[in-house]
Design a protein around this ligand. Structure first.
Ligand SMILES: O=C(O)CCC(=O)C(=O)O
Length: 242
């Protein structure tokens, strides 16, 4: 009787030790996860939310005035967004149904200052920046997951200006969380909500020309009537943009 009680006691102790170790290990791994997403990984006021691919966020990258200024500049020239298809740009409403407008580099002092800011951050000459591309989405409009970099097999002529190594996607207005319009990185299960002035930086490739397929990303459809999402893309090449 005594022996079987002792065995039972040992069994319960082992069980308790196993359960608590499992619990401690899961807390530890959650902490590691939390570290990446919430805490101290700041670079120049950008918070790292992923290291592979590199995705950084700065909630106060543009002022309210800069956001309104960019929307006003773009408003007159929106046309259906296009996607690259080999050597051509084509409208493909199935994958990208938003509207876009291009703003020439250094169009005015506001644009010049923003370009100064991004080129300093990535340490690349301003001449590598493409004309800014403003995007506008209304109900149902979206950009399905895609890459910003070019395909070296099919996009040879575009690569004369080098590869798109850096993307800054900056939201020009705020969309409430359940109204759609988030930017998603499906391979990393990351979802970022549009907030006025918030910049999302991601690194599409490396200086040696290799590209990072983990940067697959898209803009989810807007779910509500009377909601418009505005954002601006700033793409930076690894060569002078011509
Ligand atoms: O609108 C978004 O959230 C994503 C936009 C985008 O990926 C693009 O315009 O290339």
């Amino acid at each position: 009787m005594l022996a079987s009680n002792t065995n039972l006691y040992i069994f319960i102790m082992v069980l308790i030790i196993l359960i608590s170790s499992f619990y401690l290990i899961s807390i530890k791994s959650m902490e590691k996860y939390r570290n990446i997403y919430n805490t101290d990984n700041y670079i120049d006021n950008f918070k790292a939310i992923s290291f592979s691919p590199v995705i950084l966020i700065n909630d106060n990258f543009l002022t309210d005035e800069e956001c309104s200024h960019i929307i006003n500049l773009a408003e007159k020239s929106f046309s259906p967004s296009q996607v690259t298809s080999g050597e051509n740009d084509v409208i493909d409403k199935n994958s990208r149904s938003s509207y876009s407008a291009s703003i020439d580099s250094a169009y005015d002092d506001t644009i010049r200052l923003i370009e100064d800011r991004v080129s300093k951050l990535v340490g690349v000459d301003k001449g590598h920046i493409e004309p800014l591309q403003v995007v506008r989405y209304t109900k149902g409009q979206q950009f399905k997951p895609h890459f910003d970099f070019f395909d070296i097999k099919t996009d040879e002529s575009r690569l004369k200006s080098g590869q798109r190594i850096h993307t800054f996607l900056i939201y020009l207005n705020t969309i409430p969380e359940n109204y759609g319009g988030a930017t998603v990185f499906p391979k990393r299960n990351i979802r970022i909500y549009p907030k006025k002035g918030r910049a999302v930086y991601f690194k599409n490739g490396f200086e040696n020309g290799e590209t990072d397929s983990l940067t697959l990303h898209g803009g989810e459809p807007i779910l509500q009537d009377n909601i418009t999402k505005y954002a601006v893309n700033i793409w930076i090449r690894n060569k002078k943009y011509i």
